[in-house]
Design a protein around this ligand. Structure first.
Ligand code: ADP
Length: 564
């Protein structure tokens, strides 16, 4: 007799090609002849003359594809056995052998779900035929049961995939598993960040998990396999215990994410076929749990980023306001001291003035960035001449370039170009870009400031195909058919690594290389450039090769004076 299994690996028997048949007849001669006939037909047969042994076989020796049972036996009738077999496997083929084919017997057999009956005495060929037909019906029934399960599973997986909230998802997974398996109760365990199993949810408040249930979940996780539990108290409601169940690991992309423990005193949970359905469900559940976990992490990080961004804004607001007044006092008095001193003392005072001025520049940048971000900056549109504008910006920065022996030139269209724009803001943008070019270009390097009219199509193509476009979209309807004014600052400096290019327009962002840091600055210039460009409906982008140089370009829609 088989040993009672407690923890054992799944073997659902479906892989075997040969059908297994349980033959039960208390008449030894009948049992033997049926067995021989079926074995001759190459079936695997387990014979018994004792209905109690047959019951045990069904429970522990299965799975069987067909039960061939005599209707009348001393302890348990063939119809009782059929009912039990059907509970274990709804698709099992059953043939009841009956001595007297009364209509009452037939009615009962149909009611109990017996697939067929055969009346004694029968020809051996008749038996073989009946078995073949019953097994064929079983295949059809199995298919339709699987189809129904898959249909239900699809509906469940919709529900499972519809939520990214982990507690809600755990509830849905348990509910779905219980519905699919008709189990009495269940528990869901999740693997935490330290690879430990945590019980997160019980299907209800009635049943409490016991040690054997927890052990089974740990086994399933450790072995990465489904484990059946029999004859061990898995959970209790205080009075009764559930002693059957299965623990199935939930996986996502090969990783264990949890374990599903299903419990039921009926043999249903151990039924072949049920386990296939739960395995499919477990796949969906594992992936959905992993998605929900990643989504949770993403949300948490996004929230932290937002908080950080908010902190930066508050810092800018406080620092710019609180530093301005004391800074003006320091600057004012140090200028006074400088003007009234001579020799070394004058030189020291000048250094104080220079440093205070540098701090004031940063504070001014902070303040103007804040105004821009709060949409408090307004445009003051006037008539501009492109050539004058660029030359003015170049002249302002020429002394700095000369101090580093850099050659700074302008390349401009020959015919004068006039347009409507906010002159001061364009000067600010150009000033920032040229200042960076001088800062990040070594001595004797070259800086060229270019301006030209470009077709909109070219602007959009170039800007969008570089990895370094600032995160601003044109705010107006200017598209590929319009003309744009493009200004560019090209240098032969240190360049910017490709992966850093998309980030340099963020406030406070500086490229990590030490050479950059040595140049001072607070990482605000390009953020201001981005905001100023966006304010005028323009685009800004960078093309750069590390070690060779950078070209910063900004484009504004070309607005001409109305001729009326
Ligand atoms: P900063 O005040 O630090 O110059 P910016 O916002 O103007 O701040 O620039 C951000 C970062 O972008 C700089 O710290 C530098 O790393 C990089 N960068 C800007 N312009 C250039 C350039 N022309 N060449 C190389 N790197 C540059």
């Amino acid at each position: 007799m088989n040993q009672v299994r407690t923890f054992s690996a799944v073997n659902d028997g479906h892989s075997s090609e040969v059908a297994r048949i349980l033959v039960v007849d208390d008449e030894e001669y009948m049992c033997d002849i049926c067995t021989r006939t079926l074995r001759n037909a190459s079936y695997e047969v387990v014979p018994t003359t004792n209905a109690n042994v047959a019951l045990q076989e069904l429970r522990e020796g299965g799975p069987f594809d067909l039960l061939l049972a005599d209707i009348k036996m001393p302890t348990i009738s063939g119809l009782e056995l059929a009912k039990y077999a059907r509970e274990i496997d709804p698709a099992i083929a059953i043939i009841i052998m009956t001595g007297h084919t009364s209509t009452e017997n037939l009615r009962q057999a149909v009611q109990r779900g017996a697939a067929d009956f055969i009346s004694k005495p029968f020809e051996l060929e008749e038996l073989r035929l009946a078995v073949d037909q019953a097994l064929h019906k079983r295949l059809l029934l199995q298919d339709s049961l699987r189809l129904r399960a898959v249909e239900q599973l699809l509906q469940s997986s919709e529900a499972i995939n519809a939520t990214l909230d982990r507690p809600q998802l755990s509830r849905v997974i348990l509910q779905t598993a219980l519905r699919q398996t008709a189990c009495q109760t269940g528990f869901l365990f999740l693997v935490d960040s330290r690879n430990r199993l945590r019980k997160v949810r019980a299907a209800d408040e009635v049943w409490h998990l016991l040690e054997a249930g927890r052990d089974a979940a740990h086994y399933a996780l450790a072995k990465g396999q489904t484990f059946f539990i029999e004859d061990k108290a898995i959970c209790s409601d205080g009075t009764n215990e559930i002693t059957r169940g299965l623990a199935m690991p939930l996986r996502a992309q090969g990783d264990m994410v949890g374990v599903l423990l299903l419990c039921d005193n009926q043999p249903g949970v151990l039924r072949p076929g049920t386990h296939e359905v739960i395995a499919l469900l477990a796949n969906h559940a594992g992936i959905a749990l992993r998605n929900a976990h990643l989504y949770g992490q993403l949300q948490h990080m996004y929230q932290r980023l937002q908080e950080l961004d908010q902190l930066k804004s508050e810092f800018i607001a406080i620092a710019s306001h609180e530093l301005r007044t004391p800074l003006s006092i320091v600057l004012g008095y140090s200028m006074m001291v400088r003007d009234q001193s001579e020799g070394d003392q004058r030189e020291y005072a000048q250094r104080v003035v220079d440093s205070a001025q540098r701090i004031k520049d940063i504070v001014d940048d902070m303040l103007s960035l804040r105004h821009l971000e709060m949409r408090e900056t307004t445009l003051s549109i006037n008539r501009c001449n492109l050539q004058h504008l660029v030359l003015q910006a170049v002249e302002r920065m020429q002394p700095i370039a000369q101090s580093k022996a850099q050659e700074m030139t302008a390349e401009l269209p020959e015919a004068p170009v006039t347009f409507l724009a906010d002159r001061e803001k364009i000067l600010l943008v150009l000033g920032n870009l040229i200042s960076n070019a001088t800062k990040f270009t070594p001595e004797k390097g070259k800086i060229v400031v270019k301006a030209a009219l470009w077709p909109g199509k070219q602007v959009l193509e170039v800007a969008q195909h570089t990895g370094g476009m600032a995160d601003t979209a044109p705010t107006n309807a200017d598209g590929p058919d319009e003309t744009w004014i493009v200004m560019q600052v090209c240098d032969t400096g240190i360049g910017i690594p490709e992966h850093e290019q998309p980030r340099i327009f963020e406030r406070f962002y500086q490229v990590a290389a030490s050479l950059t840091r040595q140049q001072g600055g607070a990482g605000l210039g390009l953020a201001i450039v981005r905001e100023l460009t966006a304010l005028q409906g323009g685009l800004v982008w960078v093309e750069s090769v590390e070690g060779q140089g950078s070209t910063f370009s900004f484009a504004l829609p070309y607005r001409m004076e109305q001729n009326n």
